[in-house]
Unconditional design. Structure first.
Length: 57
């Protein structure tokens, strides 16, 4: 087999997202490197301004 159980230390030691989920709990996913939120919560950021890459008519 592999030593998968033995090499999970760095992942478990990484900083966590901590954003509030829809259920009210804290998100437990690891944060993106250099940021404070995980990749899922970054997409739901309310400060982002719509679709910036859309084609103008």
């Amino acid at each position: 087999m592999s030593d998968h159980i033995g090499n999970t230390g760095p992942m478990l030691a990484s900083p966590r997202c901590g954003a509030k989920t829809r259920s009210g709990n804290s998100c437990r996913a690891p944060a993106v490197h250099g940021k404070t939120r995980c990749r899922v919560q970054e997409q739901r950021d309310p400060t982002r301004q719509g679709r910036t890459n859309r084609k103008a008519h």
